[in-house]
Design a protein around this ligand. Sequence first.
Ligand code: NDP
Length: 599
Amino acid sequence: MAERERTAESGTWGPEDVEKIRARYRAERDKRLRPDGAAQYLLPTGDLTAYAVDPWSEPPAGRDPVTDDVDAVVLGAGFGGLVAGAHLRKAGLKRIRLVDIAGGVGGTWYWNRYPGVACDIESYIYLPLLEEVGEMPTRKYAPGSEVRAHAERLAEHFDLLRESLFHTEVTSLHWDDELGRWRVGTDRGDAFTARYAVISSGPFNRPKLPGIPGIEKFRGHSFHTSRWDYAYTGGAEGVSEYPGLADKRVAVIGTGATAIQAVPAIAPHSREVLVVQRTPSTVDRRDDRETDPQWWAGLEPGWQRERRENFLALITGGVAEENLVGDQWTDSAPVRGRQRLRRGTGEDVAFAIEVADHEKMAELRARVAEIVEDPETAAALQPWYRQMCKRPGFSDRYLQAFNRDNVRLVDTAGQGVERITENALVVDGVGYPVDVIVFATGFEIGADPAVRAGADVRGRGGITLEQYWADGLRTLHGWVSRGFPNLFHLGSTQNAVSVNFVHVLEEQSEHVGSVVAEAERRGGVLVEPAAKAEDGWVETIRARAIDMHTFLSECTPGYYNFEGKPRKRVESFGGGPVEFLALVRAWRADGGMEDVLSG
Ligand code: NDP
């Protein structure tokens, strides 16, 4: 064991120290584990439907059902759907129809317009096709309105609005073998056909509410952050004054990435803000700044791909001489641990990463103590878990907000709100009267890929996707499945994703575009994996699966580990995204198309 001991910035870490921290983390986790797991949440249906109503645009009163034929239908008009549309356009398709329940494009950026919303991945690598559209983000972390405007610009640039249907949900997607097309049905009575179909429904499309007893009894006002009620709070996107809150006691329930942005934005305008916490987030530096136009003008063509790949390599443990983005994602615990190994200490990887993790978390806890003046509040805001158990947070304003007289942390010691009455929240027997409750409680993320689309998807012989995937996903590279010709999946299926999710989506779309371009060039062929190719990929996924179960079981509950009940089966590629992208590029270059293009 002696070789495992190392001198680090915060002292010497040996197995005993590590064991002590592990015990503390377990105790914190155990406080939060609950038998109902993900079932603790409520979806905005039934009596709670009002929480999902679109505040941003009215659905058209009525429109005639669409009954035509298009080249491609894309389920979802977020960045995934948009980049898929862009690459299908480049592949030569003429009629491309995006369908979305939202009233416009942008996906998560259509819905999330809460005060303070901004990109928390660097905009230069997050926003897709920046070079092609010729756009300069104003800041390193662009505000949400700018991100959405970019989505709208992409839609215009690639002419994706003409055929698209908004305020519309695809309910059925059935393959018609005779027609050689997908039959598409929607909740607005549309019944059209499409040669290709892409499912890009995204992970953050369904807001969830906490199943707090009495939630329906509250007589004050309440809403979910993804449906911010500016009519009540005053202000608007781009108008950072919320006069409607001046005389209000506001409770924000939840302290995830959303609350970290919203709390400091509303605090100066509210009479009082109660931040109701179950588990503190990690809050690292953000270092936002305006874009330097001179630097921007000097960027060489191809810079975005280079910057994205540099970021991807660094955060997934790869080697890069330079750190182009230089943010706190690229200084996260796993990155530090792996870099240390590069310097040749000879420790085993898991231990090195764990030590780096404990150091990083100690620094983040010290940061809280440095910024937050009241020691009790500071102690409650300190996170006790491995950094990657939860989505890391970044802010130079959130912790500081607790030094304001009108902001108060209501820490629930991991238990959440006990109940809600007509006019108050009750935590540990104490009532907190409030006028408005803002639910910053996140989104339903755990649904299976087969049901995520929300539509009844049936391939050859009426087999549903759920049936085909009943014993685990079966795809080639995560995009295509046998029996479901010309149907592509975007997102995290049997591939490898990363925090810069839009980058992943664009790579996936580029791939789909090149397969479709080749199918079009050959003419009269369907895109469908050969049995051998699909079997081979499923085998690769199983053979190279990395055991995340142990790590996630030790984690405090959250959506990363399905609320403390992590899944055993691993459906992502164990080699990680860098190797995955290289693998599919090589596949394309080395005649891989023969695996998916049948006569
Ligand atoms: P999260 O799911 O991350 O957070 C939900 C919060 O609600 C948690 O703090 C949770 O506590 C709390 N909560 C749930 N139930 C209760 C309860 N009964 N009582 C008290 N608290 C409760 O949702 P977010 O909306 O913050 O973020 C969702 C995701 O969206 C992020 O992880 C991120 O990926 C993305 N995002 C991205 C942004 C970007 O700029 N790119 C910006 C904002 C969000 P607990 O932790 O104990 O479960």
